[in-house]
Design a binder for this molecule. Sequence first.
Ligand code: TRP
Length: 340
Amino acid sequence: MAGMKPRVFSAMQPTSDSLQLGNYLGALVEWVKLQDTHDAIYGVVDLHALTVSPKPEVLRERTRRTAAQFLAAGVDPSRSAVFVQSHVHEHAELAWLLSTFTGFGEAARMTQFKDKSGALGESGTNVGLFTYPVLMAADILLYDTNVVPVGEDQRQHLELSRDLAERLNTRLGEGAVVVPEPHIVKETAKIYDLQEPDKKMSKSFSSPKGLIEILDDPKKVAKNIKSAATDSDTVIAFDRENKAGISNLLTIYSALTGRAVEDIVAEYEGKMYGHLKVDLADVVVEYLTPVHDRAMDWIESPDALDEVLADGAAKVQSIARETLARLYDRVGLVAPRPRS
Ligand code: TRP
């Protein structure tokens, strides 16, 4: 890996069969761009996904599908590392070390933990959910990461990573770890459910007809666009309050073509909703088909995919090993003596 470029690290949990268009545009498109200017490491964080107790076969399948979508989006394994978190055991080890630097109250203040444990109740909440942000900090600090692109929902977790990094540098001496900077990816396009356009598009809350999924058959995606809910008015205009359905379609149109919403509105002046839907369905199919096909190719060649992931793990593990050895030394663990 190039030594001079700043390092970027980001990751996704393998918790769905397919990414939504929103995650794709908000995260992966940004990751792909960052590879031009950064030394990039992108992980499928399967250990994090264990906190929601997935079925073993489902987790295995989703881990590969998630990696396949990184590659299909244009993450280039000859320039960037793509790897699976559990292949690099240093993540779990650093998480343990960091947990001894994390206050109980500090972890208990994480709003995502409070929300999730509140919903699950005490008996349904495992300790892994509580220490989840510590494992995330380990992911980041293992690689001397400079920049972490994440969505707004991860801001507090990233603040914890920074606090831990600063604490390590204070207690263990400067240069223990690099303090990472957040790069909060603005939702260029906030995409809503096609059927209920006042709710965010999300696999947990939407019906299949409300979604645009990268790994769906593009024909089905086209159908979903054509049957999107719209108001009973006939004017094509951007108005989130009163015309949520049409506004959502305009947002998607704009995001995928790079054209300004006003421009699209002007083009459709006097036309009917049906025209816009038919054209947008074509735009979406044209945009998604190559991504979909590339992802399916990887999914259908698990050996080739596993090889990319093995290369990625080997590349990053040499960095992880050094960081962990440095920190083990600074906290006072006796280094194992190499046996002759
Ligand atoms: N918690 C992140 C999410 O759910 C995923 C994640 C785990 C992550 N480790 C990370 C993101 C390290 C950035 C850096 O979106």
